[in-house]
Structures are given as structure tokens and as C-alpha cells.
Design a protein around this ligand. Structure first.
Ligand code: SAM
Length: 489
């Protein structure tokens, strides 16, 4: 099967490549852009193709086992997955669509880099993968996104030409995941590669509809097959010769694919990561699917997309969603939790919060494609704040009450234990308090007579820490969320 790759890596590299596929690649992390990283608990070195990435130098380190990770200081991401991020080049005011977003590695990087007027539509078609996506986005501390679970074809019809940048991190045969045992050797089977290539082409055709003229499509995979990578880019360029061109990145020259200019590849035996592929395609005029020269066109029956400028996207002349406008607007109970510096709070099943860019999208389309950061639910005067609210940046939300935990208590909190509390004198208007470590939010706790009950949702809890072998000394387990609580960020 490696014969197919010899045209790319040369005969002498076939064996090192095969060998690299049998061992786990180096781990890497992407520090959150607003966090200081000089005091990380393990040694790192820079990822050469992405300035925001760090490779963990010690193979035995488990980066997910530290308080710093729990507190959101960094995201664990293969260095190969950072290549498309280097090519996206986020501008603060961009409107970005991540069409295949879960588990949220790239979506969270994008949300962090967008300004408050920017907007991310994080779309994941498989509903069971939405929780992990919302968790990743909540860890950014931002409210500049909406999470949707739409078919790419539906988005292409309704949101044609709306985005400055679209990323398709396509579902693929996943050949680079074999070393991590997340894929089997069958990911190299030709029929599987063909199936994945056809699916990705359908998604790419939709993605092109979403890009505004002058905008950018970034396409990436975590597989090595030429048919799923360069061949897809070549097919698109051939299908839309007047509208599309590849973008070259001089700083990425060392990783240029030998097969097609503007395509970049990472290899596990050469680049000390799982591997990957990425290409960026600039769109100069709207794509009209019916006019494609490519027989693989997805055959969408629709008008050519209108040209949308960034100004039109953010103008207030959108079609307001009447259901949202007619909702009751009693925000009072929510204000007991703290002071909101978000642009808009909206009641829509639950309370939602938006920064200005994301709200501009809601003004245009309401909530038909999904919703943004869920803040809380209020039922019969009873308020329950959501995890994502606790995690918000201080510039977006100042909780009425916070408790600063030491290292040991922070770990106890993160595994789900209640925290001892001395006295009741500090009780404020609300029993809700944000538990923090080193000033960084970890989640909600609620005052009881002698303790802080733990309201960290089960899906956000940790089971162990790298620097605390064995079980943590635990206080009495709190009741935490009831079983009908949705794991929402
Ligand atoms: N971008 C993600 C990240 O950085 O964490 C990883 C995306 S993963 C490689 C591909 C995603 O595409 C999966 O979450 C999968 O559920 C989704 N997917 C599967 N079939 C799809 C389809 N037909 N259309 C769109 N997305 C699909």
C-alpha cells in the first residue's frame, strides 16, 4: 500500500513512513491566546508551521492530566491539525464557518482568534458530537459563535456567500490516526478512500457556496491518500477555473506537496506529528453549481449566491426572528449571577448570550441554524447556570461571587467533590459562586451551610491528575446535577 505514496516521499522514505505509522506521534498543545504559557508544567518546543502551537518534548507527559489543562490554558491538538489554522489567517472581524467542527479543535482556535465583532458558525452534522464541540467552545471563554447541526447542503442554500472564510476539515479515511489506534489498517483500503473522497467532494461543493467572493476556503484532512487530497483540489480548480485559485504560503514552503502548488503535507516520519494535508482556495466570483465543468458536482438546484459584503452581514436590516422578539425578557434572575458585558442576552428555550458579531448573525437568521453560548435556564423561579457562563472571560461576565481554590481543592473540585466552606457570613444575594484556581474559572459551585456543592457537569469532570497519583482525598460527594441535566456548555 505504500507504493502509492512513493511519488510523494521517495522510495527511501517508504520504510521510515511505515515505521512511523506504528508508533504514537509526539503530543502537542495549542495554548489559549489570552493565557500566559511560560509556566507550563512540562517542557515544550515550537511547532514550526504554526506559531501558536507547542510540541511536548517528553514522550511520557500526559498534557491532559494537569490543572492548567482543566483551567483551559491549552487545548490538546496534534501539530498536524494546526496546519490549516496557519492557512486560515483569521482577521478579528471575519465571519467564519467551520463546516465539520466536532470535536472543536479548529473551531476553538478560530473563536479565540476572532474579535468581538467576528463570528463563527461551528457546524457538526452528527448530533451526538455536539456536546464535545460545545465543551471545547466553552473553554475559550467566548460568546462569538453559534453551534449548528445542519446538513452542508442546507447551509449552502440558506447562507450562500455569507462567510469570509470557510474551513472543511473533512471526514476522511483517517490514515494518520492508525498510529494512535483510532483507525485500523482498513483506512488504506481503496474502496474506503474512494467513498471518503466522494463524500468530501460533496461537502467541498457546499463549502464553496458559503464563501463570499474574495473569501477563502481552507480544506484539510488527516489522511495521506492523494485521491482525498491533491486530487480533490485539482478537481475543484478544473471545475471552476475562473472562480478559484490556490493560495501559496511562502512560510510553508518546506511542507509544499510535490504534486500540486498550494497544497501542503505533513508526514509522521519527517515532521514528528500524526501527519496531515491542507490547501487554501481563494474564491474570486460566486460559484454557480449548475455551471460546474465537473461531473462530480453535487447538482444543487439553486440560484447563484448573491454577493454579500461584511457590512451587509452586520447591518441591522436583517429579517428578525419574530419568535425571539416576542419572548418574555425578564432578565432579572439572571443578573443575580453576576454582571454581563455581553452584547445581547436572549431567552430562547434557555438563556443565550452573544458578543456583537454573533448577534449580527442572529439578527439576520434568528435561531434556525442553532444557538450560541447557553448561559442558564430558569424554571419556576429556580435558576441553574450553565458551565459555559462560568468559563466566560472577565471582560464578558463578572460573577457576583467567586471562590479561589488552592491546588488541592481545585483538583477535588474538578473530580466532582464538594469543597469545605467556613462560616456563612459571606453569603450574598445568590448562593452561586464561580470556583477558580489561580484566578481562572473552573465551573459553578453552590453554597450550602458548611460546604460548596459541586455543579461541575459530569462531562466536564476529570478522573485523575498526572501529578497526583492514585485517588484524591475526597470530601463527601455532592449531588451535583440531576440526571435530566443536559450536558450543555
Ligand atoms: N474540525 C474538527 C476538529 O478540528 O476538531 C475535526 C473534524 S473531523 C475530521 C470531521 C467531522 O466531519 C466529524 O466530526 C464528522 O462527524 C463530520 N462529518 C461526517 N460526515 C459528514 C458530512 N456528510 N457532512 C459534514 N460533516 C460530516
Amino acid at each position: 500500500m505504500f507504493d502509492r505514496f512513493e511519488s510523494l516521499i521517495g522510495p527511501s522514505q517508504a520504510e521510515p513512513f511505515a515505521e512511523a505509522l506504528r508508533r504514537r506521534p509526539a503530543k502537542s498543545i495549542r495554548p489559549r491566546v489570552d493565557r500566559i504559557t511560560h509556566d507550563l508544567p512540562f517542557a515544550t518546543e515550537a511547532v514550526p508551521w504554526f506559531p501558536g502551537g507547542l510540541r511536548v518534548t517528553e514522550g511520557s507527559v500526559r498534557p491532559g492530566g494537569y490543572l492548567e489543562y482543566a483551567a483551559g490554558d491549552y487545548y490538546i491538538q496534534d501539530a498536524g491539525s494546526m496546519l490549516p489554522l496557519a492557512m486560515l489567517g483569521i482577521d478579528p472581524d471575519d465571519w467564519v464557518c467551520d463546516l465539520c467542527a466536532a470535536p472543536g479543535g479548529k473551531a476553538s482556535a478560530i473563536a479565540e482568534r476572532l474579535g468581538t465583532n467576528g463570528f463563527l458558525l461551528a457546524n457538526e452534522v452528527i448530533a451526538s458530537r455536539l456536546d464535545v464541540l460545545r465543551y471545547a467552545l466553552a473553554r475559550t471563554g467566548r460568546a462569538n459563535f453559534l453551534v449548528s447541526s445542519s446538513d452542508p447542503e442546507d447551509l449552502a442554500v440558506s447562507l450562500a456567500g455569507r462567510f469570509d472564510k470557510v474551513i472543511v476539515d473533512a471526514p476522511c479515511s483517517g490514515q494518520s490516526l492508525v498510529a494512535r489506534k483510532q483507525q485500523s489498517q482498513s483506512s488504506f483500503a481503496q474502496n474506503h478512500v474512494e467513498h471518503c473522497a466522494a463524500r468530501a467532494m460533496r461537502i467541498l461543493q457546499c463549502a464553496l457556496q458559503l464563501v463570499r467572493p474574495g473569501g477563502l476556503l481552507v480544506f484539510s484532512t488527516c489522511t495521506f491518500a492523494i485521491q482525498e487530497n491533491e486530487a480533490q483540489v485539482a478537481a475543484l480548480l478544473e471545475a471552476y477555473p475562473n472562480a478559484l485559485s490556490v493560495v501559496s504560503y511562502p512560510e510553508l514552503e518546506p511542507w509544499q506537496s510535490p504534486l500540486l502548488a498550494g497544497c501542503y503535507r505533513l508526514w509522521p516520519h519527517r515532521d514528528d506529528c500524526a501527519g496531515g494535508f491542507a490547501a487554501a482556495i481563494a474564491l474570486s466570483e460566486p460559484i454557480e453549481p449548475g455551471n460546474s465543468k465537473d461531473p462530480k458536482s453535487n447538482g444543487l438546484k439553486k440560484k447563484a449566491p448573491k454577493k454579500f459584503t461584511r457590512e451587509q452581514n452586520t447591518s441591522k436590516r436583517g429579517e428578525r426572528n419574530s419568535r425571539d422578539r416576542n419572548k418574555p425578557t425578564s432578565v432579572q434572575p439572571l443578573l443575580e449571577l453576576g454582571e454581563f458585558h455581553l452584547h445581547k442576552l436572549i431567552e430562547h428555550h434557555h438563556w443565550l448570550g452573544y458578543e456583537p458579531g454573533a448577534f449580527a448573525f442572529v439578527e439576520l437568521f434568528g435561531h434556525r441554524f442553532g444557538h450560541g453560548l447557553q448561559l442558564a435556564r430558569i424554571e419556576s423561579e429556580r435558576i441553574e447556570p450553565y458551565h459555559g457562563l462560568a468559563m466566560l472571560l472577565a471582560t464578558l461576565f463578572t460573577p457576583t461571587q467567586g471562590i479561589e481554590l488552592d491546588r488541592q481543592d481545585a483538583k477535588n473540585y474538578l473530580v466532582g467533590n464538594a469543597i469545605a466552606r467556613s462560616g456563612t457570613s459571606d453569603m450574598r444575594a445568590t448562593p452561586w459562586s464561580v470556583a477558580r484556581w489561580n484566578g481562572k474559572p473552573l465551573g459553578w459551585s453552590k453554597a450550602a451551610s458548611n460546604r460548596w456543592n459541586n455543579y461541575l457537569p459530569a462531562w466536564a469532570r476529570f478522573t485523575s491528575f498526572a501529578d497526583t497519583p492514585g485517588a484524591l482525598t475526597s470530601l463527601e460527594e455532592s449531588s451535583a446535577w440531576s440526571s435530566d441535566d443536559e450536558p450543555l456548555a
